[in-house]
Design a protein around this ligand. Structure first.
Ligand code: MSP
Length: 644
């Protein structure tokens, strides 16, 4: 393979599942990637920034069924939501990959075939437990709960039993090569605590990994064995290759591969730091330079996630504040490796204090004074005095520190330093009191010097902030009358006095509106929750409801339907007659335990043939994480009683 150019920088985000709309957690990874992407471009690197969506697998398949959609229909809808959000957040990715695109599917099949031909993939039988939420096979040592089921140790949800023929990847053969690789590349996983976590996991022994399913239809078919679909993680991880041209634009691929950094949340570290390098070793491809596992955004001390119902919809914040305050807050509030707790109070406080007060005020007062005292253009200044020089030198030191912090993913530290400098410039103005000098004609050049220093500092500050708050930085840059786009100045060429004398400023608009906490909370409360918003309630009238014949039915007999995992055939007494019904509840209830139970059935639903059996009605059940929970009565009720 041709050698990757030294200037190439390839950054990726995880590809997000399309089972639900994006939230702040997803936005976080993508914002970090965007900041790195913009920073590296300022350094003169050739950057490729990949993001996208992970569209196959059981989780998406189930979510689509619940919504009465085909998986691809759900994916199309949710992809639109992701793309809209990235636009609203000013994310400048280079390519958006969808795993349902034919070029990706074809390449994954080719790689699968290659590994199979090499003997790294072989056929066998998988018996074990599977967590649909994490799309993950549970380790054997996860204990059985009293009810005879297992709980996923990562997300706490109930796992499903899987027993099927499948293809395995020989992960065990890569244990030693992986451990050797980690030893030679101690910064492969960052931060270091996560590298240790990965090493100790790999040292415990790696078992071969099931990488196909026969019970999941929504996936890439295994070449020449279409009863099997490829495991969603095998499929998804390869997006990092196919999204950069592997197999369809090899020139592009060779320019950027291996990836400089895969940015991920710590929840998916093992997939990226163990499975992924093993797959790549098997495919004889170079390994990525770094996998960076960032922390989680929590709400009320719990990880923000759809299933916990505690996600924050970024659109509400965007509507009230715009992109930059959110970008700034997420990157400033906590170092990337740690968890952060999102609170509305914290958000409003940080944004009002740092952006509206410190930065916003500095921009406003500097530019207004230049406007008022010099009609928008400083033509002459006197020489730098000690305090003026200090502002320039402090900037030169700041520039080096920021470079170093940005390079090392310490974005919050970089912002902290930039704010120390903003405060110094504000203090410089307060000490020199240019508003007083303006009254004395003999101090004009001195006044010019002070406002020039403040203006030059602002130019430099807006440049350093560009990766994090690009929209506002560009605005400041333009207020200063700069003509060339901000991205065209190379970081190495950035100097305090790059600001030309005699440059005419533009009238500034307010940059960051100050929002009162109570107004923000009001806005948040008036929004339907993301889950409810999706539902779009379609009302029926009472007459329509009355047409449904809902009754108490008593189960007289029950037996599992042969050859299925979930179906039970029931004989149900509905008060007037006996009916046969087929219910998909065998993964939760045994046939025996249902006999004698009274439950709610709808008896005038048009009969349907299910697995050759005519189902003459349907029992009602709540759906909890894809599983049925049947409501039973807490008092004895008459069989056949109406339910209304
Ligand atoms: N589809 C897989 C990834 C495949 S990559 C080859 C997946 N998708 S996901 O939709 O669940 O997104 C996971 C990623 O979203 C996390 O790794 C993290 O980057 C981000 N976040 C989701 N919730 C988060 C928080 N509450 N906090 C911070 N980031 C989190 O896993």
């Amino acid at each position: 393979m041709a050698k990757r150019s030294k200037k190439a920088f390839y950054v990726t985000t995880p590809i997000y599942y399309v089972n639900d709309v994006p939230h702040i957690g997803h936005a976080y990874t993508t914002i970090i990637a965007d900041a790195l992407n913009r920073f590296k471009k300022l350094l003169g690197n050739e950057v490729f920034f990949l993001t996208g969506t992970d569209e196959h697998g059981q989780k998406v398949e189930r979510a689509a069924t619940e919504k009465g959609l085909k998986p691809i229909e759900l994916a199309d809808q949710v992809v639109g939501r992701f793309k809209d959000l990235w636009k609203a957040l000013n994310i400048s990715y280079d390519f958006f990959i969808r795993t349902t695109e034919p070029f990706h599917e074809k390449s994954v099949q080719k790689i699968f075939q290659k590994l199979k031909n090499k003997g790294d993939i072989y056929k066998g039988i998988y018996k074990g437990w599977y967590c649909v939420s994490d799309e993950n096979f549970l380790a054997e040592d996860v204990p059985l709960e009293e009810g005879g089921y297992k709980i996923c140790p990562d997300c706490g949800k109930r796992a499903d039993v899987v027993s099927e023929e499948c293809y395995f990847f020989k992960l065990s053969a890569y244990q030693k090569p992986l451990l050797d690789f980690y030893a030679q590349n101690p910064t492969f996983v960052r931060p270091p605590s996560r590298m240790n976590e990965v090493i100790s996991f790999a040292r415990q022994g790696l078992k071969d990994l099931s990488i196909t399913r026969t019970s999941v239809e929504w996936g890439i078919p295994v070449p020449d064995d279409a009863d099997h679909t490829i495991y969603v993680w095998f499929d998804a991880l390869h997006n990092y290759l196919t999204g950069i041209g592997y197999d369809w634009n090899m020139e592009l691929f060779e320019k950027f591969w291996p990836a400089t950094v895969h940015l991920i949340g710590k929840d998916i570290l093992r997939f990226h730091a163990i499975f992924w390098p093993a797959f790549l070793m098997a495919a004889e491809l170079p390994l990525p330079q770094t996998v960076f596992g960032h922390g989680w955004w929590l709400k009320d001390q719990t990880k923000m996630s759809k299933s916990k119902g505690n996600v924050l919809d970024p659109h509400i914040i965007l509507k009230t504040f715009g992109a930059d305050p959110l970008r700034y807050f997420l990157l400033r509030e906590v170092p990337i490796g740690l968890d952060g707790n999102f609170s509305h109070e914290g958000f409003v406080h940080r944004v009002n204090s740092d952006l509206a007060n410190d930065l916003g005020n500095l921009v406003q007062r500097t530019l207004i004074m230049i406007q008022n005292f010099f009609s928008g253009k400083i033509e002459e200044t006197d020489k730098e005095e000690k305090g003026d020089k200090e502002i320039r030198l402090e900037f030169e030191r700041l520039k080096e520190k920021v470079l170093n912090f940005y390079e090392n993913y310490a974005l919050s530290r970089a912002l902290e330093e930039i704010w120390t400098y903003i405060k110094s410039v504000n203090k410089y103005l307060a000490v020199n009191e240019p508003w007083k000098l303006s009254k004395d004609q003999s101090k004009r050049k001195r006044l010019g010097r002070i406002l020039y220093q403040a203006e030059a500092a602002l130019r430099a500050i807006s440049y350093l902030l560009f990766p994090v708050i690009p929209g506002s930085s560009e605005k400041i840059w333009n207020f200063l009358g700069e003509e060339k786009p901000i991205e065209e100045e190379l970081f190495s060429e950035l100097k305090f006095d790059n600001l030309k004398l005699g440059q005419e400023i533009k009238k500034p608009d307010p940059l960051f509106p100050r929002i009162a906490l109570k107004d923000f909370l009001k806005e948040e409360e008036t929004q339907p929750s993301p889950a409810r918003k999706e539902e779009k309630m379609e009302y029926i009238n009472f007459d329509e409801f009355k047409r449904m014949d809902l009754r108490v039915g008593e189960v007289l007999e029950a037996e599992k339907v042969e050859g299925t995992e979930k179906l039970i055939k029931l004989e149900v007494d509905i008060g007037t007659e006996k009916r046969t019904m087929v219910a998909g509840v065998a993964d939760v209830y045994s046939a025996e335990e249902l006999v004698g139970k009274k439950l709610v059935v709808i008896v005038n639903l048009k009969p349907a043939i299910i697995r050759g059996i005519e189902s003459q009605g349907m029992l009602l059940a709540a759906e909890v994480e894809g599983k049925a929970t049947i409501p039973f009565f807490d008092k004895d009720v008459l069989t056949g009683a109406k339910v209304r």
